[in-house]
Design a protein around this ligand. Structure first.
Ligand code: ATP
Ligand code: MG
Ligand code: MG
Ligand code: MG
Length: 481
């Protein structure tokens, strides 16, 4: 049966309510202000980091969390557009067991039952993976997990061991642990085991993490001494499965936006969902970035020159430029997409409607600034390009245009091509690396604790990563839905 995105949300909540979970609201994409280890909320478990790190009563909760993966350990910024299943902004469905509220086996059974019995997904198309162990870190192979899947009835040839993919970490420090993941073969009728974690036609949908470890700032992994379970499933990916689409971008959370982009191209360009077409990739990028920016601003981020504001500015500029140069979208037309984003999300996030005018205003301001800069930089480019007759445009000059005017390399390359020159991209990269090194030394997210300070297992209660140590109180009523 075809479910709309609203129906899918409801079915998820109802299922976990029936398993005695308390349903909580999504928190902001701006992480807990005490958590200096994160740029944006990158997983459903972020808001529960305190519960995971300190002692808490046994409890089951579930939610659907707004996430942005555009920096830090989980950074999909440079992949968005290139495939059919990554966005920078996505929603993560999740359920949790704190302090043994349910067992490993129950976690796997809940997931299987929801997918196969409740949603009716063909179990012949599902593959599961488990942690194969990392000996040098003292992390053992998760036999127990493999046996659980066998008991549930998954054929052994579809239970696969992985190393790196099956040890989940929130960031470079913090909670982590072995995991088991469920993957869906979009094609079916074949043995797709060798394509899991390799090919875009087999999609990772659900990650169930056995949160039993924590990594300190020196890189050491310790036991948490408690059994928590943290699961995360890509909402748009699951939606693509239940709506029988091979792409997140063809589900009902994206199609209104794709159609609106199409109407702005002025050339009647349509989104065709192709993996190979460059224009389709730009459709995906623009749709994703405008969504991410809209959510981020609505949650309180302002585009500017540092931190998360800079990521937002970067996403805006990218969509202005790519939308204009690759799809022929007029300057200043892109903010027309904001109401479309909001109209598909407002039922779930009503607060977005009240920030609509502000978001549109910021889009226009940023765009005015951007084109002014590009036009200025173009003039500068013209004078630089006549300085030498060589067919190579210096990478250092291209980098200076980028640093001084914010002119993206891709624009410089295009301008250079127009006059029969090639940009020395290697030199550009070298300059960029030098600059990155300098800025890395100057500013860095401050880690909450320094190497060597990590407490031993026995005095874990004193340890808190910036949170109040000790017993953690669960979120207050307003986070319940
Ligand atoms: P992938 O390997 O596909 O990049 P991941 O292993 O990085 O995914 P997890 O950290 O395990 O992802 O997150 C849990 C779930 O969230 C994934 O199983 C997937 O369904 C979803 N997810 C992760 N990243 C994205 C993204 N960029 N866009 C949409 N959904 C995502
Ligand atoms: Mg990833
Ligand atoms: Mg993965
Ligand atoms: Mg994963």
């Amino acid at each position: 049966r075809h479910l709309s995105h609203l129906e899918l949300r409801k079915s998820f909540y109802n299922f976990f309510k029936s398993k005695d979970h308390e349903i909580l609201k999504s928190t902001s994409v701006i992480p807990n202000e005490n958590d200096v280890s994160l740029l944006f909320t990158n997983a459903g478990m972020n808001q529960f980091k305190p519960q995971i790190l300190s002692s808490t009563e046994p409890k089951r909760v579930a939610n659907i969390q707004k996430c942005i993966r555009a920096g830090g350990k989980h950074n999909d910024l440079d992949d968005v557009g290139k495939d059919l299943h990554h966005q920078t902004f996505f929603e993560m469905m999740g359920n949790w067991s704190f302090n043994d509220a349910f067992s490993k086996e129950e976690a796997c059974r809940f997931a299987w039952e929801y997918l196969v019995d409740t949603l009716g997904i063909d179990d012949d198309r599902l593959y599961v993976s488990y942690f194969a162990g990392i000996e040098c870190l003292g992390l053992l192979e998760d036999h127990e997990c493999r046996e659980i899947w066998k008991k549930i009835g998954v054929p052994p040839e579809r239970i696969l061991p992985f190393v790196a993919e099956n040890f989940w970490e929130m960031g470079s420090v913090g909670p982590c642990g072995p995991c088991t993941e469920i993957h869906y073969d979009q094609i079916g009728g074949r043995n797709a085991a060798s394509l899991v974690n390799v090919d875009d036609s087999v999609v990772e949908i659900w990650n169930i993490v056995f949160m039993s470890n924590v990594r300190d700032s020196s890189g050491k992994i310790h036991q948490l001494g408690k059994n928590h379970i943290d699961t995360g499933m890509g909402f748009e990916r699951l939606l693509s499965v239940v709506q029988n689409k091979n792409s997140n971008f063809e589900t009902d959370v994206f199609m209104p936006l794709m159609n609106k982009i199409s109407s702005l191209t002025g050339r009647g360009l349509k989104y065709n969902g192709s993996l190979k077409s460059r224009e389709d990739a730009v459709f995906r990028l623009v749709a994703d970035h405008v969504r991410a920016v809209t959510v981020a601003i609505s949650d309180g981020v302002t585009p500017d020159g540092t931190g998360r504001g800079f990521i937002v500015r970067k996403m805006m500029r990218r969509s202005f430029l790519q939308g204009n140069s690759k799809l022929g979208i007029d300057r200043f037309a892109l903010s027309d997409l904001v109401p479309t984003v909001i109209s598909t999300m407002k039922e779930v996030y009503p607060e977005m409607e009240t920030s609509s005018d502000n978001i549109i205003r910021l889009f226009k301001e940023e765009e005015a600034q951007f084109w002014k800069t590009v036009d200025k930089a173009k003039k500068m480019f013209d004078s630089l390009s006549t300085e030498s007759r060589s067919s190579v445009f210096s990478g250092r000059k291209a980098f200076n245009l980028f640093e001084t005017y914010g002119l993206p390399l891709s624009v410089t390359i295009e301008l250079a091509r127009n006059i029969g020159k090639e940009v020395d991209e290697k030199e550009f990269e070298k300059c960029q690396l030098e600059a990155q090194k300098l800025s890395r030394n100057a500013s860095q997210f401050k880690l909450p604790i320094s190497a060597g300070e990590f407490p031993t297992h026995s005095d874990k209660e004193k340890y808190s990563y910036g949170f109040k140590a000790g017993k953690y109180e669960f979120p207050q009523v307003e986070t319940r839905i």
